[in-house]
Write a protein that binds this ligand. Structure first.
Ligand SMILES: Nc1ncnc2c1ncn2[C@@H]1O[C@H](COP(=O)(O)OP(=O)(O)OP(=O)(O)O)[C@@H](O)[C@H]1O
Length: 590
């Protein structure tokens, strides 16, 4: 059943596309002329809203200049038409999209440093400035009344409507494919946590800029299509106020879901039409969109997610009911979850004199007057598990941040597998094989378990291998949505994904937080098998000493940012200085 679903999944967008084309053709033949015109307007709006869905919905960036990119696309199409550039309308439209995309990258550059309101001001300022310029320079041909030439075989309104449907279907297919690709995952990851994104080797700048570029390119295509529709485009179709209203519509509908972008685009045309019919000034449409936007922003959700979670809850209830019936008749197979792991053990044991895979020397981090880390050095042997322990505030998380590149101002050196990575950014360190997990939840809830694991591993990975690793670590199946999973389990999935990426060193910052004591111990048993299976060394920060005893061969104790003790597990835990300064006799004796 699951396999059948997996095989069917890539086919679904194609089937939807074919149906959309058939419906589009039917409407182009049957609708009256007026509705055909409105239909083209709706399609141009839908394409612009799909673009907004990428940048705001998926990547979580505020962008208030979508219709400026549309104006750029329309301008390029008009200019190419007036100058009779070879290739015809489809080529001009593509050029409009490319021009919009390039402008998007230009505007996206400040987005790398700005967030929230500041970014909103920049994008709205750009929209206002371009609007003023557009009024001055006008669209090519508009003063002389030279109409934009439509594609030869789609010159009538009805034919052009069908052409617009084809363009929409291509755009929607492309975005649906991108959303499911690594790029799409990077958009969702960056929206949730930039640190989490960088820690898996993904450039945060590339994720943000690609979202801006794709979104603006769709804006450009939407504008180019509008130029072909009206044939004499005017600046009044692309004002900053309209960009703002379109943004609100995208947020309210949940435009990263393509069906909701379609709904949003239809609403964009329908609301003013209804107001006109009822004799209400059409500008009231902006008020309605504004109210809907306030509702969406204050509720923290959107229409698309609301509808989907309703369906998900229903199907979950149904699945639970049928699982309960199935469980009554099932016999206990008795297979230990530890036996499920199909990945073979690494062949060779590590020689005692093997060089360390991670060597940290003289690490120092200063926060103002506070020395959070002072001359910390440690060596991690290949395929070993080192525990990094110490009381609250000892500097453990600071150590992880510094070693993984998130505190570049540190002193000292970090050598990974013989290579000096001290000056490398976090994403580069991750790509070189230094992976880490976080104390806080950094797993983007918009993804499925499988999409997240594939995003983190950065390589092709067999579904059986993926499923085995998830089962082994007690994670939910690949199809499960991360938004349905509790935080403790999400952190196990974070560990499973990091392990599957095959790092040289994996640093786990309190990976079992949120699990019960028994689950802690089971997690420990599983963890001890990871280094040999995956040829990985692990550094684990943990407060649960039972877990530390279960998994760690060596221990480093930090206290007030300095190394208090270091060495084999038993030796360190019996060290009087450790007992006196850190844990107290009662707690440490087993
Ligand atoms: N960004 C920061 N600015 C200023 N001080 C900081 C910053 N981050 C950490 N510190 C301080 O540095 C010291 C070490 O903190 P750190 O979080 O590394 O300790 P920890 O051992 O991980 O503690 P815990 O077990 O509670 O997570 C603490 O005194 C903390 O208050």
């Amino acid at each position: 059943m699951l396999l059948a679903n997996r095989r069917l999944r890539p086919v679904i967008p194609i089937v939807v596309a074919v149906v959309a084309l058939a419906v589009g053709w039917g409407l182009s033949v049957r609708l009256s002329g007026y509705y055909v015109f409105l239909g083209i307007s709706a399609i141009t709006a839908i394409i612009a809203v799909i673009g907004l869905g990428v940048v705001t919905g998926s990547a979580g960036i505020i962008a208030l200049s979508q219709l400026t990119f549309a104006a750029i696309g329309a301008w390029v199409v008009a200019w190419m038409s007036v100058n009779e550039i070879p290739g015809g309308f489809p080529v001009w439209l593509l050029a409009g999209g490319v021009a919009g995309g390039l402008a998007g990258i230009l505007i996206g550059l400040p987005a790398l440093r700005l967030r929230g309101v500041n970014l909103a001001v920049v994008t709205l300022g750009f929209a206002a400035a371009f609007d003023v310029m557009l009024v001055q320079i006008q669209f090519p041909g508009s003063v002389d009344g030279i109409a934009v030439e439509r594609p030869e075989s789609f010159s009538s309104d009805r034919e052009y409507f069908f052409f617009a449907v084809i363009v929409l279907v291509i755009c929607a297919l492309l975005i649906s494919w991108l959303q499911r690709s690594r790029i799409g995952s990077s958009w969702k990851a960056v929206a949730f946590s930039e640190r989490g994104t960088a820690a898996v080797g993904q450039s945060v700048s590339a994720a943000k800029l690609s979202a801006f570029a794709v979104s603006a390119a769709l804006g450009g295509i939407s504008g180019g299509l509008l130029a072909g529709q009206v044939q004499l485009p005017f600046a009044s179709s692309f004002t900053p106020l309209q960009s703002l209203a379109l943004y609100i519509l995208a947020v309210m509908s949940g435009a990263y879901l393509i069906d909701m972008a379609v709904f949003g685009g239809i609403l964009w045309v329908l609301v003013p039409e209804l107001l006109k019919k009822w004799g209400v000034p059409q500008d009231w449409g902006f008020v309605i969109f504004g109210l809907l936007g306030i509702q969406a922003l204050t509720s923290g959700s959107n229409l698309g997610e609301g509808i989907r979670s309703l369906f998900r809850r229903r199907s979950k209830r149904r699945a639970e009911a049928s699982a309960a019936v199935g469980a009554l008749g099932a016999s206990d197979v008795g297979t230990s979850v530890l036996d499920v792991f199909a990945v073979p053990e690494a062949a060779e044991p590590v020689p005692a004199d093997a060089p360390p895979v991670l060597e940290v020397s003289g690490l120092g981090v200063q926060f103002g007057a506070l020395k959070a880390l002072d001359d910390v050095s440690l060596r991690v042997r290949p395929r070993s598990i080192m525990g990094l322990i110490g009381p609250n505030g000892a500097g453990k998380s600071t150590f992880v941040d510094a070693v993984s590149g998130f505190l570049p101002q540190h002193t000292g050196t970090v050598i990974l597998d013989g290579q000096d990575i001290t000056r490398q950014a976090p994403a580069a360190r991750a790509r070189h094989g230094l992976r880490r997990t976080f104390q806080q939840d950094r797993v983007p809830p918009q993804l499925t378990v499988e999409a997240y694991v594939r995003f983190v591993t950065r390589k092709r990975i067999d579904i059986d291998e993926l499923t085995d690793a998830l089962t082994f670590l007690g994670c939910p199946p690949p199809d499960e949505r991360l938004s349905n999973v509790d935080v403790g389990t999400r952190r196990l999935i974070e560990v499973a994904a990091a392990v599957l990426s095959g790092p040289k060193v994996l640093i786990l910052d309190e990976p079992a937080a949120g699990l019960s004591h028994e689950e802690h111990l089971l997690f420990g048993q599983r963890l001890t098998r990871i280094p040999s299976r995956f040829d990985t060394a692990i550094v684990i920060i943990e407060h649960d000493l039972d877990l530390v005893r279960t998994v760690c061969t060596e221990i480093t104790v930090l206290d007030f940012g300095r190394v208090l003790a270091q060495g084999p597990q038993q030796e360190v835990l019996e060290n009087p200085a450790v007992i006196a300064a850190y844990m107290g006799d009662a707690e440490i004796s087993s």
